[in-house]
Design a protein around this ligand. Structure first.
Ligand code: G6P
Length: 362
């Protein structure tokens, strides 16, 4: 039974471990033998006809949107912005002439996102819901649906739905780019990349013990912590910090590493954990300098780094993958760090206080 915890103490750990299998499942659901995306043609025509993609989501789904937007712009050359649904619903920005809406929602039931979709439908704008739950409200009410095929996600803190959302966005970006004849999309060998991602995720989850040990040294006591990065590493920092907050109640912030010096660095004290995510060539050196600035003020620094950028004393080294897909790997150690911090404090990892898996009130 897919919803059975088996030998796992908590669903969250089971769901973290399921991520390589979810990646492989998505390859078989969405890519043919030649690696070409299998996506509804009419939907591609509708998106190709649009001049702007608006991604709408809440919580972890919003964070998955931040990663996806970069791929729609790179591979499909379509301007894309990402919006928190509870904000967009009540303060809609000035829209482009031909908008296309993508709703990201694990449950497909989030009331804030639905509020936006109701208005989208009133205006007869085309839309797609990317969700884990077939026939959920957001799926039924949108023009198109793409499923996450992640299997039931029971733990309140979302893990495999986040990585599945990013992988499905990659499929869509590739499909749309091919439809629009973009060279970048043609060169994006997603089938190969997702296989590499799956193996890389497996390698990270196989070395859990190391992450548990890191937690006991650096994360078990502090009341606050920072994840920092630039670009897509910043987007992952937001999700990484949210995991830590949700289940271990550490006041964590995901921060653009270059922005830290403009105020927030005042919060760094002796022993404050600052975790740098470093996967992008252009910004690796800059984030390293920003980490050193916090270290000079007493921070305990940790790093999550892509192999080709790694140095001897980096904490977690990630297998190399296409730079647009590094979030699929860099988030996994962060999920495990959050898990072990919560576990070490004796908290109910799967059912953190004050939170619900699906929020159906605005
Ligand atoms: C709740 C959950 C979060 C989730 C958010 C959006 O707050 O606790 O984990 O990210 O809702 O949910 P959705 O189902 O729309 O992705």
């Amino acid at each position: 039974n897919a919803a059975d915890k088996g030998a796992y103490p908590f669903y969250m750990l089971k769901e973290i471990d399921e991520q390589p299998a979810v990646m492989r499942r998505l390859v078989s659901e969405y890519l043919d033998a030649d690696g070409q995306p299998m996506v509804e043609e009419q939907m591609l025509a509708d998106i190709a006809d649009a001049d702007h993609i608006y991604i709408i989501g809440a919580g972890t789904s919003y964070h998955a949107g931040l990663v996806g937007a970069r791929m729609f712009e790179k591979f499909a050359k379509t301007p894309t912005t990402v919006h928190v649904s509870s904000e967009f619903a009540y303060e809609q920005p000035l829209l482009s002439a031909k908008p296309f809406f993508i709703f990201l929602s694990q449950s497909g039931e989030t009331a804030d996102s639905r509020e936006v979709l109701v208005n989208v439908n009133k205006n007869h704008w085309p839309s797609l819901t990317i969700t884990n739950v077939d026939k959920s409200t957001l799926s039924r009410e949108a023009t198109y649906t793409m499923l996450l095929f992640a299997g039931p996600e029971i733990a309140v803190a979302s893990t495999k739905a986040y990585t599945a959302q990013i992988a499905v966005e990659a499929v869509l970006a590739k499909a749309l780019g091919e439809y629009l004849k973009s060279e970048d999309a043609k060169d994006f060998d997603l089938k190969h990349e997702l296989a590499t991602v799956a193996n890389g995720m497996q390698a990270i989850t196989d070395s859990k013990d190391k992450l548990e040990e890191i937690v006991s040294h650096y994360l078990s006591k502090p009341r606050n912590a920072f994840y920092i990065g630039r670009g897509v590493d910043w987007a992952v920092s937001l999700e990484a910090a949210l995991k830590l907050k949700e289940i271990s109640y550490v006041q964590a912030e995901g921060f653009a590493s270059g922005e830290l010096k403009h105020g927030t660095i005042a919060l760094i004290e002796k022993g404050t954990p600052v975790i740098g995510i470093i996967t992008q060539d252009r910004t690796a050196g800059l984030t390293r300098s920003n980490l050193e600035e916090t270290q000079a003020r007493g921070a305990s620094i940790l790093t999550i780094v892509s192999r080709h950028l790694a140095k001897e004393d980096d904490t977690v080294i990630l297998p190399d993958v296409n730079p647009y897909l590094t979030p699929l790997l860099s988030v996994v150690p962060a999920q495990l760090l959050a898990y072990y911090t919560s576990l070490g404090k004796g908290l109910d990892v799967d059912k953190p206080r004050n939170l619900a898996k699906s929020v159906t009130v605005q």
